[in-house]
Design a protein around this ligand. Sequence first.
Ligand SMILES: [Zn+2]
Length: 261
Amino acid sequence: MSVPRGRRAVLTGMLALMSAGLVTGAEPPSGETRGPWPGAATVVRGEDSVVIGHHVPPARLRDLASRADRARRAVGRIWGPVRAVILFPATDAEAAALAGAGSTRGLAAMATSDRVIVLPSGYARLNETGRDVVIAHELTHLATGATRGGRVPMWLSEGFADYVGYRDSGIGVREAAAELAQEVRAGLLPTRLPVAADFAPGAPRLAQAYEEAWLACRYIAERFGEKALVRLYGSDVGSALGLSQAELTAAWRDHLRRELE
Ligand SMILES: [Zn+2]
């Protein structure tokens, strides 16, 4: 089953930019997870995940909890442990308010610094595979700290989250990077790795920015190994890979040509 066309608009996650709305304090000592809907929340526990829903049928919450367990294992195989707490609000407006986000158009889920918030309408548009990819992507942001306040380049933060998300999805490169493949086949190769502005909601080449970032990380993992990709997080291209930025960019462009042309 393939992810719907134009999936990027839906798969796009947001970074941990909006933690203020949600991070209301440390977890209570009992280990209970404090939800935003006192008295009205449904809490479903997976093996190693907690899903808190607001007027969402329990079966959908259980489905999400099993996806969260799978995603958590996927993150664990590459990065390390992550605490999976996912909120499933009743409406997109509620999700945006929880995240302190302005526009959430086209999103399926967002990560704050310590939990994932589902966008009900975007999430509903995804197929089964797309849901798994999105949850793994967002849990990766939780595990890694996303851009760590801007210290990690956005291409690495988003690319790594997609690397984990797509790794075991069975989705082929040309399908997962359909928009970029179309450009490359038309002879248009990007000249630099995507920067923060390329990932802004509504950016004209938003889909391609995610695909470029993903393929940069995939290339690094293939050539240097996954451990090197993990090491790059919090390090720099020179010391983690022994390449200059220009060398990495050139090698990545070759990789795009090979994979997508
Ligand atoms: Zn993301």
